[in-house]
Design a protein around this ligand. Structure first.
Ligand code: NDP
Ligand code: MG
Length: 394
């Protein structure tokens, strides 16, 4: 039986992953090792019982008693806290889903890579903050990383069987989010409630706001560079409101291969789960005749400054990704809490990057987890300082 672990099992990606495991036979087909969640203890316990997981871990120690009670009478062990999650990730498993949100997903992802097997990577933050570290750790332990982000899964599938040297460019598609056509003036006053309303994809709140600001696409630019090892100038972004073409790869002969599908993450998750084969999946079948048209246009980098920031980060490389990711998370928290405006998010990230690049913080010779976490901490502090100054302007 294939051993499976799912980190972030109670989130949007996690629930879709569990749905696919269930459709492929659940506990009868898979030997489920570990599941992790956060505050949703009831769901975590329900998943653990259904899949007969060896261990279920909540990120929050204060919820351990509740988790224990919810698992009473089952064979699943209860644990809590970041260290327990990393420990569970180090348990032998053949396939691990990394779907914790934010930088908290980095340490468990690295722990999973440390014992080999396949890591299905939804947590883009770990590629953005520590791509070189993730790849080195994978190579050192003969582990494999399969992309789950829909764009990267699309690129991976379009590149299947091709040599890397024949790839000329990669085109990431972006839905444009709920504010695609909003003028700059209106963006200034956009609220969190408006920002989480994604037109096509049903996702967690944080990634939905990142889609509205295009910080999600910015992260994906960096993720593409790190994951596929292509130079930044070969990666483009195209706004494609229908979210049907998930991304494209251009080759030296001028051919362009696109991956199409409905906006349902179970496509990319299922591909990673069954790779290198394909298995029957629950996706709605596309009726292109009914879709009728597919639109594409270049993004407006003036209204969506996150893209230019990502390009600067890609050019600078090194620990800039870690600073970018952390500053973005702090700015996003500030926006969700109503402390700063929608456009202030990019301003804060820019300020943090400028500040940290003017000193020695990002100049490195070694790239290890401690260094990444230290930069993460410094960038969060710089982000909070910058946010306090923004607040004072009102
Ligand atoms: P959600 O917010 O829906 O779920 C996040 C998961 O992480 C939940 O299980 C949550 O637990 C858990 N969690 C929250 N905080 C912590 C913490 N501090 N430590 C450990 N676990 C925690 O996010 P998504 O599923 O939308 O996204 C997960 C990842 O996948 C992100 O990196 C995102 O960028 C990426 N992704 C998501 C896509 C999507 O369609 N949703 C598409 C492409 C990438 P609980 O809910 O129990 O509190
Ligand atoms: Mg994506």
């Amino acid at each position: 039986m294939r051993r499976i672990s799912v980190f972030g099992a109670t989130g949007s990606i996690g629930v879709n992953t569990v749905d696919l495991l269930r459709r492929q036979g659940g506990a009868e087909t898979f030997d489920v090792v570990a599941l992790s969640g956060g505050r949703n203890i009831a769901l975590l316990a329900e998943q653990a019982r259904e899949l007969r997981a060896d261990i279920a871990v909540t990120a929050f120690p204060e919820l351990l008693a509740e988790l224990r009670a919810a698992l009473a009478g089952s064979d699943t062990l209860a644990a809590a806290g970041p260290a327990a999650i990393a420990e569970a990730a180090a348990r032998p498993s053949d396939w691990t889903m990394s779907a914790i949100v934010g930088a908290a997903g980095l340490a468990p992802g690295l722990a999973a890579l440390g014992r080999g097997g396949t890591l299905a990577l939804a947590n883009k933050e770990s590629m953005v903050a520590a791509g070189p570290l993730m790849l080195t750790e994978a190579a050192r332990n003969k582990a494999r990383i399969l992309p789950v982000d829909s764009e990267h899964s699309a690129i991976f599938q379009a590149m299947n069987g091709e040599e890397k040297r024949v790839v000329e460019r990669i085109i990431l598609t972006a839905s444009g989010g709920p504010f695609r056509d909003w003028p700059l003036e209106k963006l200034r006053d956009a609220t969190p409630a408006e920002a989480v309303r994604h037109p096509n994809w049903n996702m967690g709140a944080r990634i939905s706001v990142d889609s509205a600001s295009m910080f999600n696409k910015a992260m994906e630019l960096i993720e593409t560079k790190e994951f596929f090892g292509v130079p930044p100038e070969q990666i483009e972004v195209l706004v494609h409101p229908q979210s049907i073409v998930h991304s494209l790869v251009g080759f030296v002969d001028g051919a362009l291969l696109a991956h199409l599908g409905p906006p349902d993450m179970r496509g990319a998750i299922g591909y990673a789960l069954n790779w290198p084969r394909r298995s029957p999946g629950p996706l709605e079948r596309l009726d292109l005749g009914a879709v009728g048209r597919l639109d594409f246009s270049p993004p407006d980098e003036r209204r969506f400054p996150a893209l230019a920031l990502a390009r600067a980060v890609m050019r600078a490389g090194g620990l800039n990704g870690a600073a970018f990711n952390a500053a973005k998370e702090v700015a996003l928290d500030g926006f969700l809490a109503g402390k700063i405006g929608f456009l202030d998010m990019a301003g804060i990230v820019e300020t943090v990057l400028e500040k940290m690049n003017s000193g020695d913080d990002l100049k490195i010779t070694t790239f290890d987890l401690d260094r990444v976490l230290e930069v993460d901490r410094l960038a969060r502090q710089a982000g909070k300082d910058a946010m306090a100054r923004v607040k004072n302007r009102f």
